[in-house]
Design a protein around this ligand. Structure first.
Ligand code: UDP
Length: 346
């Protein structure tokens, strides 16, 4: 039977990619909600896509009605940019915690399935070689390091959802994205320093002749995950064959794509120089080192590495990421520099 999927925050990076992946690969209906539809042009043409432009704190009745009406609820409305954790932690709390808790409670009330975005940030400064959903400790810094508010909020919501699942029958899945990258991650135009995720920030700086800034030298590592791989995993979670995803937590990441931020910068420069107009970029681009305090302020604390264990997703969902970093960079550059949309061309 065709499922009805409610996606709150459908215009974001994950929301827009997921909406398109659903329309392309399934016969499900998508009820989409966001403040803007800028990234949804191709979805809007599909008759299974129903978009409503609204604000999560104002259009509560629309949301409640659609929670009742749909089979699966995916609340993606959140601030997920490290600079803002430090600059405006209360806004992060109001949106990421309070607004989302309301939605979780409505899913409990109406007996709806919820697929909720946790975050790889919940593991914080955990020292495990690969972070395990059920075994790894979630290790956060002190309160004045305000950057941890996001991680802490997500961790509490994870625990609330888990509690509703275990004690009040909520059908849930938590997923933890590990540095998803790809075409629609942030807007690369008019980005203020620190306002977007690392890959988009670097791209913006290169294109606008600004120096690339390596925070603390860029030796910290991340596992980058191409959005297409991640969405394949999401589809399996939504499909929930034989309840394989119910009551579970899944890291969605690519343990085979662990690179330092410096290596990411180098690869990006190498790849960009293959595009017309950017042939000399390797010689002209400036790379600077800045301290994290200078870049983000005193309330920041970095994570040195973060590698997911994806055993749970491999075993329960039969999923494995396929795309290497160079290909992910190339597809992202094709989108920004050549206006190619790989999703539409496949
Ligand atoms: N970073 C950097 N230069 C920038 C932006 C980010 O060196 O212009 C670093 C940042 O300090 C962090 C890493 O890149 O260690 C990844 O940052 P991002 O904002 O993408 O997300 P995070 O993985 O920290 O959630």
């Amino acid at each position: 039977m065709s499922k009805k999927i409610l996606i709150l925050g459908a215009n974001g990076f994950i929301g827009s990619s997921l909406s398109w992946a659903i329309l392309k690969n399934t016969d499900w209906e998508v009820y989409a909600f966001d403040m803007s539809d800028k990234k949804l042009a191709h979805c809007l043409k599909n008759e299974r896509f129903h978009f409503f432009e609204g604000d999560v704190n104002i259009h509560k009745e629309w949301i409640e009605y659609h929670i009742k009406k749909c089979d699966v609820v995916i609340p993606l409305i959140a601030i997920a940019t490290p600079t803002l954790y430090v600059q405006d932690p209360i806004r992060v709390f109001n949106l990421d915690f309070e607004s989302n808790l309301d939605i979780v409670k409505k899913c409990v009330k109406y007996g709806r399935r919820i697929i909720f975005p946790s975050t790889s940030e919940v593991y914080g400064m955990c020292q495990d070689k690969a972070f395990d959903e059920y075994e790894s400790n979630l290790t956060l810094g002190p309160v004045p390091k305000e950057r941890w508010i996001y991680s802490c909020i997500k961790q509490l919501i994870d625990r609330v959802i888990w509690g509703y699942g275990n004690h009040e029958g909520l059908d849930f899945t938590l997923f933890r994205p590990f540095n998803f990258i790809g075409p629609k991650l942030d807007d690369i135009k008019n980005r203020k320093e620190g306002s977007s995720r690392v890959m988009t920030q670097f791209l913006h700086n290169i294109i606008n002749d600004k120096p690339i800034k390596l925070v603390d030298g860029g030796l910290q590592k991340r596992s980058f995950t191409f959005i297409d791989d991640a969405m394949k995993c999401m589809l399996k979670i939504i499909e929930n064959k034989d309840n394989c995803a119910s009551g579970r937590i899944f890291n969605i990441g690519n343990p085979y794509m662990e690179f330092s931020i410096k290596e990411l910068a180098e690869m990006l420069i190498e790849e960009i120089s293959k595009y017309k107009g950017y042939e000399n970029i390797a010689k002209t681009v400036k790379i600077e080192t800045v301290s994290s305090e200078e870049y983000y302020g005193k309330a920041y604390q970095d994570v040195a590495f973060r590698v997911p264990s994806i055993k749970e997703a491999e075993e329960r969902l039969g999923w494995k990421p396929q795309t290497d970093l160079r290909t992910a960079i190339r597809l992202t550059l094709d989108y920004h520099l050549l206006g190619k949309d790989y999703e539409l061309e496949q």
